[in-house]
Design a protein around this ligand. Structure first.
Ligand code: SDX
Length: 435
């Protein structure tokens, strides 16, 4: 980051013969901001930044990303250390409350989440309304939005206790709903959560156990699942988090806000990229076909992009991708998957792309979605479940960011403006007189 701008106290804006002074606010780390909140009132002009490539939408203390250095911190702690030493519910506590829990706080938090993992029994009937071949993300969007129809005692966002209960319920019930969406799609009976299991092991059992026999959770796979949840937990003001914040700014209940975030995450440019990346690797099929696809990815006239590559913020390696790659190898080795053709294609594609001028100049590196699909497929999940798992993990990030926004005393409804380039005022013409 260019240091010269980090000490400025103000910025000057000159338009023709007028000049305005704008306050500059520094962050604890990372880019400062030029406060333009009074710009329209003072100048009668808007700023213009489609895609928000240069816009800070809020002040936050939760997650910090340095795209040039490939750094990701949750409440100041490097993702590498949290993934190595902690577990997902510890990360949930950290994201929600800002500090790592003591042993007593962790035990209490684990206990509270565990005791909210069941869903209202009538939710089971809600599932029956879907076709069996419905995409699990469609089912998840519907069911999470419907939670506000079942839990009336935790939708008053002005009540801190109800906000806490809704937060715990969302974190606790997402694995259960995600597993139910999977079971429903394959026509198997739902498996209830088991309180003696930890978060990731409980989820794996709800997905892969059947009533006819005991299911033994593989501890290596469960640890990998838990680490994948940690990697996906939060990521600053990405598209789905911004969606949750915007929905929450109107006062909508937390379940509806999370449903909006799930809907946004579904897109292939965002959380749908892990499903799209695996489909791309399958379409490439063998390493010898990689040059053909790399050529297409570089062709401006071809909409094809290398899924799992590139990032709005990371112009260096996504730190999560490195941990994801290591986890991928651990899971494949534990499951005795020696020569996964998709992994061969992925490793060769990464090698080729990282040497190709186009990708080097545009700073396109593998992102978290590049290796997650191979890992999840090895665990036994169908590609249609990949974004569901991303949503499961990101729920705590959405909730933490929603909570931070609701508790911000300066919070107001989000309402962007526009550059209007449509028709000027004109009078109605009767249909008989239209040409
Ligand atoms: C996630 O925001 C987050 O934090 C998201 C996320 C999170 O945790 O929440 O990290 C999760 O969504 C990761 C990203 C997953 N998406 C994909 O892997 C899909 C493939 N990637 C691209 O669609 C793209 O890289 C984006 C959407 C991720 C980022 O797009 P940007 O920042 O808007 O960049 P861009 O589209 O303007 O691309 C810049 C240039 C363009 O070329 P030029 O027009 O400048 O000539 O790079 C090219 C693009 O054509 N480019 C690619 C490419 N990604 C960008 N070319 C080929 N393959 C790609 N993957």
């Amino acid at each position: 980051m260019d240091a010269k701008n980090q000490t400025a106290k103000s910025a000057k804006l000159a338009v023709e013969n007028e000049q305005w002074e704008l306050a500059v606010r520094p962050g604890t780390i990372g880019p400062s901001v030029i406060d333009i909140s009074r710009l329209y009132g003072d100048t009668g002009m808007f700023t213009y930044d489609p895609g928000f490539t240069s816009t800070a939408s809020c002040e936050s203390k939760i997650t910090y990303i340095d795209g040039d250095e490939g750094i990701l911190l949750y409440r100041g702690y490097p993702i590498e250390q949290l993934a190595e030493h902690g577990d997902f519910l510890e990360t949930c506590y950290l994201l929600l409350y800002g500090e790592l829990p003591t042993a007593a706080q962790k035990a209490d938090f684990d206990h509270r989440v565990t005791r909210h993992t069941m869903v209202h029994e009538q939710m089971l009937r809600f599932f029956q309304g879907f076709r069996r071949d419905a995409h699990p993300m469609a089912v998840l969007v519907g069911c999470v939005g419907a939670l506000s129809a079942f839990y009336h005692d935790s939708i008053d966002i002005s009540d801190p206790h109800q906000r806490l209960v809704a937060s715990i319920r969302m974190i606790a019930k997402m694995p259960t709903l995600a597993a139910m969406a999977y079971k429903y799609s394959i026509g198997q009976p739902f498996i209830y959560p088991k309180n003696e299991l930890d978060y990731a092991a409980n989820f794996l059992r709800m997905c892969f156990a059947v009533p006819t026999e005991e299911y033994k959770v593989n501890p290596v796979v469960a640890r990998a699942m838990d680490r994948i949840f940690i990697l996906h937990a939060d990521h600053e003001q990405n598209a789905s988090t911004s969606t949750v914040r915007l929905a929450g700014s109107s006062g909508a209940n937390p379940f509806a806000c999370i449903a909006a975030g799930i809907a946004c995450l579904w897109g292939p440019a965002h959380g749908g990229a892990n499903e799209a990346a695996l489909k791309m690797l399958s379409e490439i099929g063998t390493p010898d076909r990689i040059p053909e696809f790399v050529k297409r990815a570089k062709d401006k006239n071809d909409p094809f992009r290398l899924m799992g590559f590139g990032h709005r913020v990371y112009k260096n390696y996504d730190p999560r991708a490195k941990i994801m790659q290591k986890t991928c190898h651990e899971v494949l080795s534990e499951l005795g998957i020696k020569d996964d053709p998709l992994l061969d294609v992925a490793m060769e594609l990464e090698r080729v792309a990282l040497q190709d001028d186009y990708f080097v100049e545009k700073k396109l590196y593998p992102n978290i979605d590049f290796y997650s699909g191979i890992t999840l497929k090895a665990m036994g999940f169908p590609t249609s479940m990949f974004t569901v798992l991303f949503a499961l993990a990101r729920t705590v990030g959405w909730i933490a960011q929603w909570k931070e926004m609701i508790e911000d005393p300066h919070q107001k409804i989000g309402r962007p403006r526009q550059l209007y380039t449509g028709a000027t005022r004109r009078d109605y013409v009767a249909i008989s007189r239209r040409k």
